[in-house]
Design a protein around this ligand. Structure first.
Ligand code: GDP
Length: 193
């Protein structure tokens, strides 16, 4: 996919701010610091359109990136920061529900995990939450460059098993460093846009 245009349209805090152009959306979710911004930037060939390593405690927003005037990547605020207050966590939960429950233009979700580690409780909860809303999910297990080739099959299997992934869902090993998995990621996304 050749990305010629990529721009942030809005950082939304509530439903009434979501764009209403009716074009398809692909949401991206993952633990804070997992490599979500790096994934987005790699796919759209930008160094830093999606902010990397956004600090906890900042206003949590849903960031709508319009790509080639034809669809949105929606960057969902990261989860799993131990230091976040209960109130912040509740706000995050409300925001997620508000978005995932009723967003008709949302076609699929990319859930980013770290291939080096077993998915966390939060990852499992997020996957289950998305499946509850019957959304197609592609799990992108990133930081593949950090795992030696011989160990990759084991790590891939563990991710699938821990998340208890449905057979229709795809697991894609990926690296923002080397670009491995980039073409496959686009192939998946293209089905929905
Ligand atoms: P976010 O908080 O999920 O948006 O995470 P970032 O994209 O900011 O990445 C967090 C850290 O992981 C940064 O230091 C990145 O450079 C690093 N990182 C992200 N993806 C990869 C990857 O595929 N390989 C390696 N080696 N490092 C990565």
């Amino acid at each position: 996919m050749k990305v010629t245009e990529a721009e942030i349209v809005i950082s939304a805090v509530s439903k009434k701010q979501y764009p209403n152009e009716g074009i398809p959306e692909i949401a991206l979710a993952g633990r804070s610091n997992v490599g979500k911004s790096s994934f987005i930037n790699k796919l759209i060939n930008r160094k830093s359109l999606a902010r990397t390593s956004s600090k906890p405690g900042k206003t949590q927003t849903l960031n709508f990136y319009k790509i080639n005037e034809s669809f949105f990547f929606v960057d969902v605020p990261g989860y799993g920061y131990a230091k976040v207050s209960k109130k912040e966590r509740e706000k995050w939960g409300t925001m997620m529900e508000e978005y995932f429950q009723s967003r008709e233009t949302l076609k699929a979700v990319v859930l980013i995990t770290d291939i080096r580690h077993e998915p966390t409780k939060d990852d499992i909860q997020m996957y289950d939450f998305l499946k509850y809303y019957e959304l197609p999910v592609m799990v992108v297990a990133t930081k593949l460059d950090k795992v030696p080739k011989s160990k990759r099959p084991k790590h891939i299997k563990r991710t699938k098993q821990t998340l208890q992934m449905e057979t229709d869902d795809v697991l894609l090993p990926f690296s923002s460093e080397t670009g491995e998995g980039k073409d496959e990621a686009w192939r998946y996304i293209k089905q929905y846009i």
